[in-house]
Design a protein around this ligand. Structure first.
Ligand code: S3P
Length: 437
C-alpha cells in the first residue's frame, strides 16, 4: 500500500488510539496460562497481537474474538500448554516472539519460531542467554541467534539475571520462564523498562516483588483469570499528538491514553522542549494509570536526552526526531543504540528519512543529532517493513511542501490499523492507495 500525504490546515478534534500493543500481548499470554476464562476488552487487533493470539491457539489455548476488540481466553494453567504441530510464525512481532520463547522454555516441549524479513534480522541471543542459564536449550541462526529459533524447554532453575540492556522483552521472557522454574527468579535492570508484565502478574496472584530496578518472582502460585481492560497505546497516540504540535492552529486530544510512567518519557521530553502538552482526566483502570493528553502548537527549542529517560520513550524516539526538526537549536539523543535493533535500524533510517526531506539530521553511534528549525520538503520514503518509520514519514509529510509518498505503508497495521482514518478525521490530507504490480 502507498500512502500519500500533503501539508494541511489545522488538525482538530479528539482521537482514541487503539489498545496498547505491549499490554495486549501480555494480557493474551497471561490469560492463556491463568486458570479460568479472562475477557480482554480493548485488545489491539493489529497484526502483531493477532500473531500472539494465533500462537497461543497453536499451544492449545482457546482464544476467541468476541466483537472487534474483545478477546475471550480460556486458560487452564501452565500445564495445559501443548507442543504446537508447526512452527509459530510471529510475523513482525519481536515482543510476541521473545515473550513466548520465555513462556515455552519452562514447558516440556520443543517450539520453533519464525518471523518476517524484519524479525528474521533481529537478535534473539539476548533471550537465549538467560534461558540457557536457566536450563533450556535454544538454537538460532548465526552469532546473534536470529530467527528461525528453536526452544527446547524443560526443567528450569531460577536465576538472578542482569540483562546488559534495558529491555522489557528480556525481563518479561525471564519472568515468564521463571513461572515454571524451581526456585525464585530475579531480574536486575540497568534502567527501568516498561513494567506491564510485573503489574499484570501481581494483579493475577503471582508472588512477585519489585524493589527499584529489581524484580523477584517466586513460582508456585497459579494465576487467576481476571477481566482486563487495555488502555489506548501512548506509542500510537503520540503520532496525532505530534502532528498537532507541528501543524499551525491545531488542537488535538488523545483520550483514555496509557500514562504508565515507564511509557511517558516522550511527554517529559516534549515538555522540556517547550511543547504545549497538557495531561487531564488522570485515573487508574485495571492496574494501569491513564488519562487524556492535549497538544497544541507552540515554539519548540532543542534539548539533550539520554540515560534513564531513553527506555521510557524508546519507541517514540523516531517521532521525537521528526519534532526536533522544527525546534530551535541542536537536539541530541544519546544512549539509544537499542534503536538499531528494532523493526529496522531506526537510527540510520531516521537520519536518512529526515535528510531526504531537507532536515539537518545526523547519526551518532548511539542516537541522533538534529538541528532545527528546517523547512521540510516532500520525498518518496520506503517504510522498510517498519510501522513506526512509515508513520513518522507521514507526520513529517504533514508539514512538508509537496506530496510525500510512503511506499510499503501497509506495515502501519502492525500496531495502528486506524492511523490513516484517525489522522483524516482530524483534518489531515492523507490517502491510501493499493499498490499495483
Ligand atoms: C516492548 C519492549 C520494547 C519496545 C517494544 C515493545 C514490550 O522493546 O521497543 O516495542 O512490549 O516489551 P525492548 O524490550 O527490546 O526494549
Amino acid at each position: 500500500m502507498t500512502l500519500r500525504v500533503r501539508s494541511c490546515g489545522p488538525l482538530r478534534g479528539w482521537v482514541r488510539a487503539p489498545g496498547d500493543k505491549s499490554i495486549s500481548h501480555r494480557a493474551a499470554i497471561l490469560a492463556a496460562i491463568a486458570e479460568g476464562t479472562s475477557r480482554i476488552e480493548g485488545f489491539l487487533t493489529c497484526d502483531d497481537c493477532l500473531r500472539t493470539a494465533d500462537a497461543l491457539r497453536a499451544l492449545g489455548v482457546p482464544v476467541d474474538p468476541i466483537g472487534s476488540e474483545t478477546l475471550e481466553v480460556r486458560g487452564a494453567g501452565l500445564e495445559a500448554l501443548r507442543e504446537p504441530r508447526a512452527a509459530l510464525d510471529m510475523g513482525n512481532s519481536g515482543t510476541g516472539m521473545r515473550l513466548l520463547m520465555g513462556l515455552v522454555a519452562g514447558r516440556p516441549m520443543t517450539v520453533e519460531f519464525t518471523g518476517d524479513e524484519s524479525l528474521s534480522r533481529r537478535p534473539m541471543d539476548r533471550i537465549a542467554e538467560p534461558l540457557r542459564l536457566m536450563g533450556a536449550r535454544v538454537e538460532g541462526q548465526g552469532e546473534r541467534l536470529t530467527p528461525p529459533v528453536t526452544v527446547h524447554g524443560g526443567d528450569l532453575g531460577g536465576i538472578t539475571y542482569a540483562p546488559p540492556m534495558a529491555s522489557a522483552q528480556v525481563k518479561s521472557a525471564v519472568l515468564l520462564a521463571g513461572l515454571s522454574a524451581v526456585g525464585e527468579t530475579t531480574v536486575v535492570e540497568v534502567a527501568k523498562s516498561r513494567d506491564h508484565t510485573e503489574r499484570m502478574l501481581a494483579a493475577m496472584g503471582a508472588d512477585l516483588s519489585v524493589e527499584g530496578l529489581q524484580v523477584t518472582l517466586r513460582p508456585g502460585h497459579p494465576l487467576r483469570a481476571t477481566p482486563m481492560q487495555v488502555p489506548s497505546d501512548i506509542s500510537s497516540a503520540a503520532f496525532p499528538l505530534a502532528a498537532a504540535l507541528l501543524v499551525e492552529g491545531s488542537d488535538v486530544r488523545a483520550t483514555d491514553t496509557l500514562l504508565n510512567p515507564t511509557r511517558t518519557g516522550l511527554v517529559e521530553a516534549l515538555k522540556a522542549m517547550g511543547a504545549a502538552l497538557e495531561v487531564a482526566d488522570e485515573r487508574e483502570e485495571a492496574g494501569e494509570p491513564l488519562g487524556a493528553l492535549r497538544a497544541r502548537p507552540g515554539a519548540l527549542h532543542a534539548a539533550e536526552f539520554g540515560g534513564d529517560l531513553i527506555p521510557r520513550m524508546i519507541d517514540e524516539i523516531p517521532l521525537l526526531a521528526v519534532i526536533a526538526t522544527q525546534a530551535e537549536g541542536t537536539t541530541v539523543i544519546r544512549d539509544a543504540a537499542e534503536l538499531r535493533v528494532k523493526e529496522s535500524d531506526r537510527v540510520a533510517v531516521m537520519a536518512e528519512l529526515l535528510s531526504a526531506m531537507g532536515a539537518d539530521a545526523r547519526e551518532r553511534a548511539d542516537g541522533l543529532e538534529i538541528t532545527g528549525p528546517a523547512p521540510l520538503h516532500a520525498a518518496t520514503i520506503e517504510a522498510r517493513g517498519d510501522h513506526r518509520i512509515a508513520m513518522c514519514a507521514a507526520i513529517a509529510g504533514l508539514i512538508a511542501s509537496g506530496e510525500t509518498v510512503i511506499e510499503g505503508a501497509e506495515c502501519i497495521a502492525t500496531s495502528y490499523p486506524s492511523f490513516v482514518a484517525d489522522l483524516r478525521a482530524l483534518g489531515a490530507d492523507c490517502i491510501e492507495e493499493e499498490a499495483h504490480d
